[in-house]
Design a protein around this ligand. Structure first.
Ligand code: TMP
Length: 204
């Protein structure tokens, strides 16, 4: 395993993805390990502009436009990611699995189109490890209610998020050794330890 791995955090709304990735950034800072952290959609300046457009609650794109916008946002990050690959550890809050889970499993866009464009964009940029954060419907709804502002993708019904989460789980099960499923219905402290122990093993 590379000492400067590319580590991804995936999961549906309210799955603890952002909380868990923040534990990792704080841990790496404390250990003086240099890293970059980006989110998708977003990250680079141009990709953040595309993010605003995709998630704007006053707009309503169709599922293919959404797909192309998410991929456009990714395309604007690739140079940045390649620049730091093997030089710094890379943390990414959502990446290619989100496109498969939301646009294919959630919205029914053709899977091979998504895989082909992702492959075309990524070329030989490889992910080393993914934390897939999961949550039950009750906790998801509870956590979404606490958000001050909801974006366009925070407003699907719970059966949509079930489909998306099951999609994420299917992806993780195909490649078990590179995924850890973190059950965020459990105590935060327990998950924090599980995640940081795994990070230790990934950077050793
Ligand atoms: P965030 O709120 O976690 O930053 O994510 C924004 C939303 O974008 C989230 O609902 C998931 C969605 N998304 C997709 O539908 N496809 C993608 O490829 C990505 C990266 C995110």
């Amino acid at each position: 395993m590379s000492k400067k791995p590319v580590i991804i955090f995936e999961g549906i709304e309210g799955s603890g993805k952002t909380l868990h990735s923040n534990f990792v950034s704080r841990y790496l800072k404390k250990k003086n390990i240099s890293f970059i952290k980006i989110r998708e959609p977003g990250g680079s300046k141009n990709s953040e502009k595309i993010r605003k457009l995709i998630l704007d609650d006053n707009l309503n794109f169709n599922k293919n436009t959404d797909l192309l916008l998410y991929l456009a946002a990714r395309s604007e990050n690739i140079d940045l990611l390649k620049k730091y690959k093997d030089k710094k550890l890379i943390l990414i809050d959502r990446f290619v699995d989100s496109t498969v889970a939301y646009q294919h499993y959630g919205l029914g866009v053709n899977l091979s189109i998504i895989n082909d464009i992702n492959k075309y964009l990524l070329k030989n940029f490889k992910i080393n490890f993914t934390f897939l954060n999961i949550v039950n419907t009750k906790n998801m709804i509870k956590r979404l209610k606490l958000r001050k502002k909801l974006n366009r993708y925070d407003k699907f019904n719970s059966s949509f998020y079930r489909k998306v989460q099951n999609g994420f789980i299917k992806i993780a099960q195909k490649n078990k050794k590179n995924y850890l499923i973190v059950d965020s219905n459990k105590e935060i402290k327990i998950n924090k330890k599980i995640i940081l122990d795994k990070i230790d093993r990934l950077i050793k």
